[in-house]
Design a protein around this ligand. Structure first.
Ligand code: ZN
Length: 105
């Protein structure tokens, strides 16, 4: 069982504002990265600051969640198609008794 998480992860670096700090002039010397995980819990947006190792796990968990949602979406579409157009299912597995002929007249 792999991790699954909803929401989004934001990672960014920051400048501290001190003029004598390296970060003021060198973009490579900016502080961080800082990671923030945002997700909805009972309709309310929640933010959590997480470590780099937690961010790595969350990145994978969020990707897993999106993949599951995409599969679920596909499954729902196929279910609707099967139920509303059962002849498509018959075409896929042709059986003589179920075959319907649409002959052009
Ligand atoms: Zn700085």
């Amino acid at each position: 069982m792999d991790f699954v998480a909803s929401g989004t992860l934001h990672s960014r670096t920051k400048v501290c504002g001190k003029t004598n700090c390296k970060c003021a002039t060198d973009p490579e010397a900016r502080h961080g990265p800082y990671h923030e995980w945002s997700r909805r819990i009972d309709g309310k947006l929640r933010h959590s600051v997480v470590s780099s190792s937690q961010a790595e796990l969350l990145r994978r968990a969020i990707a897993n969640h999106r993949e599951i949602l995409a599969l679920l979406h596909l499954w729902k579409d196929k279910t609707a198609a099967e139920i509303l157009n059962p002849e498509n299912g018959a075409k896929r597995k042709p059986r003589q008794s179920q075959r319907i002929n649409y002959e052009k007249t």
